[in-house]
Design a binder for this molecule. Structure first.
Ligand code: SF4
Length: 390
């Protein structure tokens, strides 16, 4: 069978900046959308020559690879005119051998319209991932989101009517004003809309977002004083896990749950260390031997592409030691666990010294050759990973 390849396309534009957002996205005039998409299409079509000039090597097998998943993320790619999305999909189909089984578009509920949804389906999009975060208008407003609860209830039937059979919802545990009651209400409303896939993220507190900075500084702006504590967030996560399990969702990755047959095929490539190419500003790629990322700044990216060169901002050769760390780190994110025997065989290592202390501390459990996070330790996975990488 020909090797499989995933393609990620980054669209770094949003209508406003959410207070908790730590992504490299910007609020720009819609006049900049079309030149950006042109640059992305140029990168897709010319990627082999562009990589060669930037000294990024593609393994031999890539020429025969078949693209089976596409993920158009951001930012808010659903802001783009459907014609621009179609143009990117055409560039992919004309450049690569494709057998597309999963084509995801990230969307915000307020951007969904009947005409757009029909055009998305015509472009080949068959999965929509909604950044809905909460069903509480108070929490959405405090987080700086554009949509409200009513937009979610308006958008989902439009997508279903257009023929989208695979919808994913994102929720964030830890938004300002979130309480145990409001969190349970969001979960119940989610259950009523029956998405095929659900992602639950904990609020990230870091210097990369306005809210994160304010929390670290102990300030009150952006409703920082109303952010739930770490223990509450961990409880929200456990509540979600129990709720989703009872509702028929399979917990397959730390932050992800799916109805049978609806695991995200594209995102599984990241966790399984399978190859993917990323196009657009800040997009990351992995060839199996190298990882690299384009310049985050959209203007710098477009300028580079107009000048006929790809602005690669980060590049890393994946050494054997690094690959082993990735196997453990990414493998343990998956609830099925990792095959210790395979890793020991492929990397010629004995993992006992790394795993033993974690097992004794009750952080991981072993089932034959399979190693996985222990039940109840999934929400503290970062601490497990820190121990593992020591
Ligand atoms: S919509 Fe998403 S990417 Fe855009 S600002 Fe909000 S959190 Fe960030």
């Amino acid at each position: 069978m020909s090797p499989r390849l995933g393609i990620y396309v980054q669209v770094p534009f949003c209508q406003t900046k959410c207070t908790y957002c730590n992504f490299h996205t910007g609020v720009v005039s819609s006049a900049r959308f079309s030149p950006y998409v042109e640059a992305v299409c140029r990168e897709i079509r010319g990627h082999r020559e562009l990589y060669r000039a930037a000294r990024v090597g593609l393994p031999e097998g890539f020429a025969k690879a078949v693209v089976d998943t596409v993920y158009i993320g951001g930012g808010t790619p659903s802001l783009l005119e459907p014609g621009l999305l179609l143009g990117m999909m055409e560039a992919i189909r004309e450049t690569f051998r494709t057998e597309l089984s999963e084509v995801t578009l990230e969307a915000d509920p307020e951007t969904v319209e009947v005409g757009k949804a029909a055009a998305w389906v015509r472009a080949g999009i068959n999965r929509v991932s909604f950044g809905l975060q909460s069903f509480s208008d108070k929490e959405l407003a405090a987080a700086g989101r554009m949509h409200r609860r009513a937009d979610i209830y308006r958008a989902v039937p439009i997508l279903r009517e257009a023929g989208i059979r695979n919808i994913s919802f994102d929720l964030i545990a830890g938004l300002p004003y979130q309480t145990e009651t409001s969190w349970k209400e969001s979960l119940e409303e989610l259950g009523r809309l029956e998405p095929e896939h659900v992602s639950v993220y904990l609020l990230e507190v870091d210097e990369g977002s306005r809210l994160g900075k304010e929390l670290l500084a102990g300030g009150e702006r952006y409703s920082a004083g109303a952010v739930p504590g770490d223990d509450e967030m961990a409880d929200f996560y456990e509540t979600a896990s129990a709720f989703l399990g009872a509702a028929g969702y399979h917990h397959y990755e730390i932050s992800n749950w799916a109805k049978p047959g609806f695991r995200s095929r594209h995102n599984l490539k990241y966790w399984r260390r399978e190859a993917y190419l990323g196009f657009g500003a800040g997009a990351h790629s992995f060839s199996g031997a190298e990882r690299w990322a384009n310049a985050h700044d959209a203007a710098e990216y477009v300028g580079g592409m107009e000048a006929g060169r790809i602005p690669v901002e980060q590049w890393e050769e994946v050494t054997r030691e690094r690959a082993l760390e990735e196997e453990l780190f990414l493998g343990l994110r998956q609830l099925d666990g990792i095959d210790v025997a395979r890793i020991e065989r492929e990397y010629g290592v004995a993992l006992g010294a790394r795993i033993g202390p974690l097992q004794s501390a009750g952080l991981v459990e072993r089932d034959g050759n399979l190693l996985r996070l222990a039940p109840g330790k999934v929400s503290i996975s970062n601490e497990v990973f820190v121990e593992l990488m020591r």
